[in-house]
Design a protein around this ligand. Structure first.
Ligand code: SF4
Length: 776
């Protein structure tokens, strides 16, 4: 059968070649897994997408979203030219007209009301976008506003905060060494649907299967029996938002049974006594009823973690978007440390990305650590984290009159009208802005409020390199994808758009010299590397180095500088075997630098130079967690609570306009346990009203025991039935926006992250409670 398939594929290839169809390779940018794609192109059109079997990392794996790249590139609803608002509609304009309108709209607001009158929101796709990552920060710097927001505070900020507090950097996140571990304890993660997050691992499901095949064990802790839980050795259903209690109880057992073993990092750890003291209050017997997990099971899991030759604990989205997000994220790594699994093969390790700076001879240990709250939001006084304010503040900063009110907004590949908590409040606030600019591929729920919309160029017309995600990969890898098609007249690379926008914000008007700005950026990057102690170009002549880059411009030049001065770089010729962009161009399937290596001394950059196992901020928040022990469960008269849900064919709000991904039965349903359904009079397939103190939505119920009793589950990113968008397929498959139910006053105080999991809700059949759906 396989041979038959191979020969028909060979015939197909021969026919394709004779028809002028060419084969190219490219890294998929649609999720964090970074799979290699084999693309068949007829001029600019994709005719076929397959997994690249020679990709050094993904080895041919791809998911349905990857194949949808063809539809995404060809989507007739995509914006191809700048749009300018004209009353209630938009009209296509030239780039010059668009930027003149932006300058005329933004500049007077900022001159009259100050830089903070402008807010900027960065969406999740920026993490997958070379131009966005390299040039987005220039826009932020030019804006000089404290009102910077991103999808980070509706997603992973708790993990960044805990990593910062413990290890000294926002991306110093230990990654489970999944290919070598013997035991994986996963909380709030469903990689069979997500393909991994804060853990770049193409074919995550295959790697889990391999783990089990070599005799290892996978344990999934989740309120839902997800596909991942189904495929695991053991599933522990847990009451939402009690993961921190469960993890604390595991730590408690390690101390009580004298099992703590810090392993190779023992000399690098501060605070172990504090951990023992804090964990004392969380015995398995105390936390078991709150979590819904028996004390004996908690004890067994703690012993298994210790007994396994190697083990790793991993928590993801479900652990971050709860009210104790930072505590859970912290305790995940406390366990990795206390079981001796941090920074050792098979444990939780630190990736050495090719873009991380070379540190030849650099002193190890002490750094600046992290500082939060360098400024605060105007209305509520919430602190910044890593330079941004929590999204839970955005609506009130627009709504609330007074000095410093946000009057203008730039969104870059972001859709806060759908993805932010209490999102109908954001939707009501956006039209009150004086001016708004969106960089987006769609006229969507957010960009419909913009005065000007600027489209990026087609994906295939740009280079791609995952500068962010390779920092979190389970192997040390690098892979660059060059542009595969030429730009057409009227298409402008996003990096030029971002620099031109930075020019407006920097006071250079609508016609800033983009090439001069790019030259300046590249020169600054080289000079920083030359001036950095321990760099592989320390003390070299920056002008001479710049000359060697003469043929490159834009993201490729910045990337080349970063790679050549990076961990495997050639140091601009000082190591002829070292990495350059040219070397990656010559290796279209990527370069594998091997499995992760122990490197604790070179990654820890706290002020003490030690792993801070018990940061003050975490210690101070433990009392709040202790109070959660006494909350009533749904079966004892407490409320139903809401959790999210991920689908393999969806990625937040931005994959719903592709028929190939939304076809089939509706996926935006609310899962209700049969016992709850019987109690509430809810029937499978029939609409129900789900309400919280923030709002209400109506959507079909799906009665299933895949969700715990007392818990309901709705996927997020839906709710496309609003007027004024241009997303034909999404509108027909609108679904309901579950983030209407999330409260903007409910967040994790240590990170400012919004809470989407564990929200109290009521569920009622629509025919029993025929109330009009509206915000309450
Ligand atoms: S798993 Fe992610 S990276 Fe891989 S093909 Fe699917 S969407 Fe693309």
């Amino acid at each position: 059968m396989r041979a038959q398939h191979a020969s028909s594929y060979a015939r197909y290839m021969a026919t394709s070649a004779s028809n002028g169809i060419r084969t190219e390779y490219r890294t998929c940018h649609l999720c964090e897994a970074t799979c290699g794609l084999e693309l068949h192109l007829d001029a600019r059109a994709i005719t076929l997408v397959r997994g690249d079997r020679d990709d050094v990392f993904s080895r041919g794996y791809l998911c349905p979203k990857g194949t949808a790249l063809k539809q995404l590139e060809a989507d007739p609803d995509r914006i191809r030219r700048p749009l300018l608002r004209d009353g209630d509609t938009f009209r296509e304009v030239t780039w010059d007209e668009a930027f003149e309108a932006i300058d005329a709209g933004l500049t007077p607001i900022r001159e009259q009301h100050g830089p903070d009158a402008l807010a900027i929101y960065l969406g999740n796709p920026n993490a997958h976008n070379l131009a966005g990552l390299l040039y987005g920060r220039v826009v932020l710097q030019s804006a000089r506003t404290k009102n910077i927001y991103s999808a980070s505070t509706v997603d992973q900020m708790p993990k960044q905060v805990s990593a910062g507090l413990m290890f000294g950097g926002a991306l110093t996140i230990p990654i489970p060494d999944i290919d070598r571990t013997d035991y994986l304890l996963m909380l709030g993660a469903n990689p069979y649907a997500s393909n991994g997050s804060l853990m770049t691992a193409p074919d995550f499901p295959g790697r889990l299967q391999a783990l089990r095949a070599r005799g290892g064990k996978v344990v999934v802790v989740d309120p839902r029996r997800t596909k991942t839980a189904d495929e695991a050795d053991e599933h522990l259903p847990i009451r939402p938002a009690t993961d921190a209690l469960f993890l604390f109880a595991l730590v408690n057992v390690l101390f009580a049974d004298d099992l703590v073993d810090l392993g190779d990092v023992a000399d690098s750890v501060n605070g172990i006594d504090d951990i023992e003291r804090l964990a004392a209050a969380f015995t398995p017997e105390q936390v078991g009823p709150a979590c819904g997990i028996e004390a004996g099971t908690i004890r067994r899991i703690a012993h298994e973690l210790l007994a396994a030759p190697t083990a790793a604990v991993y928590g993801r989205i479900g652990t971050c978007v709860q009210e104790f997000g930072t505590l859970v994220s912290w305790l995940v790594d406390v366990l990795n440390v206390c079981t001796g699994n941090l920074d050792r093969p098979g444990g939780a390790m630190f990736t050495k990305a090719a873009t991380s700076p070379a540190t030849i001879g650099q002193p190890k240990g002490k750094g600046r650590g992290v500082t939060f709250g360098r400024h605060a939001s105007r209305v509520r006084g919430l602190p910044e984290f890593f330079g941004e304010l929590p999204v839970v503040c955005l609506a009130e900063e627009i709504e609330t009159p007074g000095d410093g009110r946000v009057r203008a907004l730039i969104t870059i590949a972001g859709n806060p009208a759908v993805s932010a908590p209490h999102s109908d409040r954001i939707q009501a606030a956006l039209p009150t802005l004086d001016f708004m600019v969106s960089i987006d591929i769609y006229l969507n729920e957010t960009s419909r409020h913009a005065n000007v919309i600027l489209p990026p160029e087609p994906e295939l017309a740009r280079g791609h390199y995952d500068t962010a995600l390779y920092n979190l990969a389970i192997r040390n890898v690098a892979n660059y994808s060059p542009p595969l098609v030429e730009l057409q007249p009227g298409e402008v690379p996003e990096w030029r758009t971002l620099l031109r926008l930075a020019g407006v914000l920097g006071g250079q008007g609508a016609h800033a010299d983009v090439d001069a700005l790019d030259e300046l950026l590249a020169s600054q990057l080289v000079r920083r590397a030359v001036g950095r102690r321990g760099s592989n170009v320390e003390g070299r002549d920056a002008d001479e180095l710049m000359k060697t880059l003469a043929t490159r411009r834009g993201p490729e030049r910045l990337l080349d500088i970063t790679l050549r001065t990076g961990a495997y770089g050639d140091g601009f010729g000082s190591d002829p075997d070292g990495l350059t962009l040219a070397k990656l161009e010559a290796n279209p399937h990527g370069i594998d630098f091997g499995p992760l290596q122990p490197r604790i001394a070179e990654v820890v950059r706290t002020a003490t130079g030690m792993i801070e196992l018990a940061p003050d901020a975490c210690q101070a928040d433990v009392e709040r967690l202790r109070a959660a022990l006494d909350r009533p469960l749904a079966r004892d008269g407490g409320p139903l609570v809401l959790v999210g849900r991920r689908d393999l064919r969806s990625n937040n709000s931005w994959m719903h306009n592709l028929q190939v991904l939304v076809k089939g039965k509706p996926r935006c349903t609310v899962h209700v346990h049969p016992d709850d359904a019987a109690r509430l009079g809810v029937h499978d397939g029939v609409d129900v009203r789900v309400s919280s103190t923030s709002g209400a939505i109506v959507l079909p119920a799906e009665v299933t025991d895949a969700v715990m009793q007392g818990v309901v589950s709705i996927p997020h990113g839906w709710g496309h039935d609003v007027a004024g968008t241009q997303m034909t397929t999404a509108t027909k498959n609108a679904g309901a926006n579950s983030n209407v139910l999330a409260r903007s006053d409910l967040f994790d105080p240590l990170s400012g992250n919004a809470v989407f999991s564990g929200i109290p809700v009521e569920v009622a059949p629509v025919e029993v409670a025929p109330m009009e759906v509206a915000a309450v």
